[in-house]
Design a protein around this ligand. Structure first.
Ligand code: PLP
Length: 396
């Protein structure tokens, strides 16, 4: 078996595409103007920013004036949540609803608000990693300022019933924000049709560069400024525009949303083959609903091994994968997402996430399915936990 290099960690980040880089390059040297300057060099930069805004808006079914550029998905989440909190606190509404398995950009923002006089309700998810919209209905109160629920989970890829949640929020007159960082480019989104009030996205998950994001805010919502300073982004988010990154995001989102169904028709069968192949190993389980999940995502717990060791051995075989969220790897705590769907600590520790795109070929899938059983066998043969399991002893 010849060693290959396979990048199967697109949920962590993606490479800047050729198309995106080509579009960005002129704005580093020839087109370096400040988008606020009135001479042609500046006006051209401004035009490029507005063209990108139109592309982002079109990809989401929004209007250009509803799109604000930010520095990343985390900033978009922070702005939407803290901004709405500030806005609604003036009306005496200091209650926020979110889920237990959000990304830390949302969870830590909610925890911050709890320290500043807000109350947060954390909605649980089922063992399949899905939220019940009725739980949200029950949690909404007179003083609820915001419901913020992720579109698709970054670890287990489960897609939440966003349309139903949005409908409940509207019925109850509560604003609804969704962190769609993992969903954009993989699922068709139309914010107006779906009744989404605010949506966060990030460039580096869709082949734009790291450090660029956007927040969609439905017109009519007077979200307060987040970054104070100059009058950029219609006075809402100060800071000289990162023109090359913004241009790149526009091109990236246009490309990512061009043919979502076509891409998914290629990715999903390969992903399913990976799931079925890995699940042939004893003591494994798929985390998250099999169908209501991102097309390229699989997350499998492999008992009797440590996720980190698995990743190292996969890396030695040229496979880039992840165990839990990229942002939490390096921490010894098991993933809050895996615990939220009811996994025991020991099982959560031995989880593998692969997130593939269409460049992972059928031959790559064959290769991964050849490497994983060997690596797992090797790790289990050295594992005291596995030895105890095989002797029928309790190990957790
Ligand atoms: N939200 C989700 C669901 C994510 O997966 C990530 C990144 O992994 C973020 C937010 C943060 O995005 P960024 O890295 O652009 O700050």
């Amino acid at each position: 078996m010849e060693k290959r290099f396979i990048y199967a960690d697109n949920a962590a980040t993606t490479a800047v595409s050729e198309e995106v880089l080509t579009a960005m390059l002129p704005y580093f040297r020839e087109g370096y103007g400040n988008a606020s300057s009135i001479y042609k060099l500046g006006r051209d930069a401004q035009k490029a920013v507005e063209t990108a805004r139109e592309k982002v808006a079109k990809a989401l079914g929004a209007e250009p004036r509803e799109i604000y550029f930010t520095s990343c998905g985390s900033e978009s989440d922070n702005w939407a949540i803290k901004g709405t909190a500030e806005l609604m606190a003036k009306k005496g509404k200091k209650h926020i609803i979110t889920s237990v398995f959000e990304h830390h950009a949302v969870l830590h923002t909610c925890e911050y608000l709890e320290k500043h006089g807000f109350e947060v309700t954390y909605i649980p998810v089922s063992d399949k990693g899905l939220l019940d919209p009725e739980d949200i209905r029950k949690a909404i109160r007179e003083d609820t300022a915001l419901v913020t629920i992720m579109y698709a989970n970054n670890e287990i890829g489960t897609i939440q019933p966003i349309d139903e949640i949005a409908a409940i929020c509207h019925e109850k007159g509560v604003l609804f924000h969704t962190d769609a960082v993992q969903a954009v480019g993989h699922i068709d989104i139309d914010v107006h049709k779906q009744g989404i009030d605010m949506l966060s996205l990030s460039g580096h998950k869709i082949h734009a560069q790291k450090g660029i994001g956007a927040l969609y805010v439905r017109k009519g919502i007077a979200l307060p400024n987040f970054v104070h300073g100059g009058g950029q982004e219609r006075g809402k988010r100060a800071g000289t525009e990162n023109v090359p990154a913004i241009v790149g995001l526009g091109v990236a989102i246009e490309a990512a949303t061009r043919d979502i169904a076509g891409k998914n028709a290629v990715i999903t069968p390969r992903r399913n083959r990976l799931i079925d192949g890995i699940l042939k190993l004893p003591y494994t389980r798929l985390n998250g609903d099999r169908d209501k999940r991102l097309p390229g995502n699989l997350n499998i717990s492999i008992e009797g091994i440590e996720g980190e060791s698995l990743l190292l051995l996969l890396d030695m075989n040229g496979i880039c994968a992840s165990s839990g969220s990229a942002c939490t790897s390096g921490s010894l705590d098991p993933s809050h997402v895996l615990l939220s769907i009811g996994l025991e600590h020991a099982v959560a520790h031995g989880s593998l996430r692969l997130s593939i795109e269409e460049n992972v070929t059928d031959e790559d899938v064959d290769y991964i399915l050849e490497v994983i059983p060997k690596v797992v066998d090797r790790l289990r043969s050295m594992s005291p936990v596995w030895e105890k399991m095989m002797k029928g002893q309790k190990y957790a």
